[in-house]
Design a protein around this ligand. Structure first.
Ligand SMILES: Cc1cc2nc3c(=O)[nH]c(=O)nc-3n(C[C@H](O)[C@H](O)[C@H](O)COP(=O)(O)O)c2cc1C
Length: 252
């Protein structure tokens, strides 16, 4: 089993920043102002820093016609920049890496009050102005900009913890409970929240039903990682329906 590159990749300060940004992040689809140069350089730095093997995040100029409207949420508009989340599909776990790195980038943006929205479906591939290397694919794009004040969604709609945990999470160690809460807040395609969590023998396992958008599972891993803050922990890839194991040896 190849080692999980998430181990020792993010610093305690990054994890704490991501955890702090999780409650403020939401899918922003209406932007008031373009980003200024200081935002763009801070985001460019973040884009370099969060990429796991096989992933590139490219910030580019864009227009409203990059996105098309969806029923209920409407069309994403008002931004002049976006970030493409690109993966080399030859890399093992490419889409999981892209979910992890993409969500770290999105939370870096949220920590700067920059609005974002994961978009893997409602954009025009033909309008994507980015050069791809061999074996690379755009897995998602996010608009980047300062949110319009009325862009805030009324409420975050999420499954209850008991619907995503196979056991009663209140009987788990506190770190595992906090990791589950962090996953619960994560964004997912069509808000499907496809993840399941199972605790056994010092490890919290992230499970899939096999039909989910793999980006969603990477996003969940990043939220579990953020919840670890300064705690010593180890990741191992899983097999079959188990995507990964998050192991904490301490008895807490
Ligand atoms: C992998 C992924 C793909 C998504 N694709 C789209 C999309 O194509 N169009 C869109 O408007 N929103 C898209 N979303 C945003 C989700 O609809 C949104 O995250 C979810 O409804 C939860 O809302 P929240 O992000 O405000 O918490 C996507 C989210 C994820 C994680």
């Amino acid at each position: 089993m190849p080692a999980c590159p998430l181990n020792a990749f993010f610093s305690t300060a990054q994890r704490a920043r991501y955890l702090g940004a999780i409650p403020h992040r939401y899918s922003c689809r209406s932007f008031a102002e373009p980003l200024d140069i200081s935002h763009i350089s801070a985001l460019s730095y973040a884009a370099q820093r969060v990429c796991l093997p096989g992933v590139r995040i490219v910030i580019a100029e864009c227009r409203d016609d990059l996105f098309f409207g969806l029923p209920i949420v409407g069309r994403i508009k008002g931004m002049t920049r976006c970030a493409y989340i690109i993966a080399n599909m030859e890399e093992k776990h490419a889409a999981l890496h892209a979910g992890i790195s993409g969500e770290a980038f999105i939370l870096e943006a949220a920590a700067m009050n920059v609005g974002t929205c994961w978009v893997s479906g409602s954009y025009r591939r033909s309008a994507a102005d980015v050069e791809l290397h061999e074996n690379e694919k755009i897995l998602a794009v996010t608009p980047l900009g300062l949110p319009r004040e009325d862009a805030l969604p009324p409420q975050r709609s999420r499954k209850q913890l008991k619907q995503i945990c196979l056991e009663d999470p209140t009987a788990w160690p506190l770190w595992a409970y906090h990791a589950a809460e962090s996953v619960r807040a994560a964004p997912s395609a069509v808000n499907m929240q496809p993840w399941r969590l199972h605790y056994a023998g010092h490890a919290l396992q992230l499970l899939t039903n096999g039909k989910t958008n793999t980006l969603d599972l990477g996003i969940a891993m990043l939220h579990m990682e953020a919840a670890m803050e300064g705690r010593k922990h180890l990741w191992e890839w899983g097999e079959g329906k188990t995507v990964a194991h998050l192991i904490v040896e301490e008895n807490e």
